[in-house]
Design a protein around this ligand. Sequence first.
Ligand code: ATP
Ligand code: MG
Length: 434
Amino acid sequence: MRRHVEASDNLCALMRDHLPPKIFNRLEEVGRLAEQAGVAAFAVGGLVRDLLLGHKNLDVDITVEGDGMAFARLLADHYKGGLKIFERFATAYVICPDGFKLDVASARRENYAHPTALPTVASSSIKEDLYRRDFTINALAIHLNTHHFGEVIDCYGGWRDLKKKTIRVLHDRSLVDDPTRVFRAIRFAQRFGFRIENNTLRLLKETVANDLIHQLSGPRLRNEIMLLLSEKDPHRAIRRLAEFDLLRFLHSSLKLIPSLETLLARIPRAIAWWNTRFADRSLDHSLVYFMGLVEGVSDSAIRAMMKRLTIPNRQASKVHMVRSSLSSALRGLSMSRRPKPSETYRLLAALPDEGLVLLVAKARSPHVKRSLTTCLTKYQHVKPSLTGNALTAMGLQPGPLYKKILDRLLDARLNGEVKTEADERALAKKIAKL
Ligand code: ATP
Ligand code: MG
């Protein structure tokens, strides 16, 4: 928390000192344009919260009192940027030619037809707009218009709660209106080391007890879970999910049992190890944790869970690959007899990178890391010289035999059993019984 700022302060100086100049200048410019257009523009949400906390946040969310979509058009024209408008939600984004993105929304009130429904929106004042937000700390705004630039709008005690390190909903229906806020409360509490205030905690428990989480759509629930698993300490986040009895909404059989605790505790070191060696390969950390989370549940439970969360096919198939290959890879690489290079390669080739990290987390034997490193740095680049075309030129009929030969050639290359193209030809002929 920035100590030298008080609630009555104008944040202009703080913004100038702590935001990247590019963002600061754009915010000033937005304020000038708003003034000219006769609307009021505000920076809202995470940017304001994180500015006061002293955290970096480069997401610029602008809320406009007045016709926000017309203002978004004006910004897009001004910056000669791209524009995407979502009329139904009165939100838009502007992409400047340098890639900088501004989210623009009309100040709006939300009405929930029934709990968890997507809200209908009506235009409103900034005060009403802030009232629909999840927590007081996320309901702060900064006026951007030139004559008010830097003034804080704090209608609901967000600043006080930031100082008190407290997560607090704005009203008692908040979590019923949108149960994703249950997960958001845990996420922010854990990210900032904040406490969930007592009444909010009571409402949270009530929301869980009333099973309202079941009403969330798959994509919304998945989004919240994956965001939690992308935070700095997903193990603690999972503990909190268990503590609040939230894991059952993923699957009734999902429990934080000691063996899962042990595995989760080993993942950070495995990721750190991976990052020091393979920083150039992008790793989906949340997927590593997700794979860890489902390690102990049955195949049918995993399928049900992934269906409930509408896990996209790409990730789902990675989870299935890990499911079918991890144990045998672990066993094969931990044996006292050192596997041949081709065996190591075959044991690891089926695993996605996230699965390899999980393998490292599970492994007790130091051989595993060594084999994995050799495989990724060496074996993966080995290829036989002969290709399918070369086999055709040798007079072989295309068919399943090709795969058999090419697989065997690769194994032989990996094991150093063939060294030249001529060696490969000889071996190919032998396999084909020519
Ligand atoms: P992060 O740093 O994780 O992006 P954020 O506060 O910016 O945190 P976003 O999800 O980017 O969170 O949303 C931006 C703002 O929109 C929030 O600060 C909050 O005011 C509002 N908001 C987002 N999701 C909800 C929600 N489910 N209910 C109410 N308000 C929300
Ligand atoms: Mg954000």
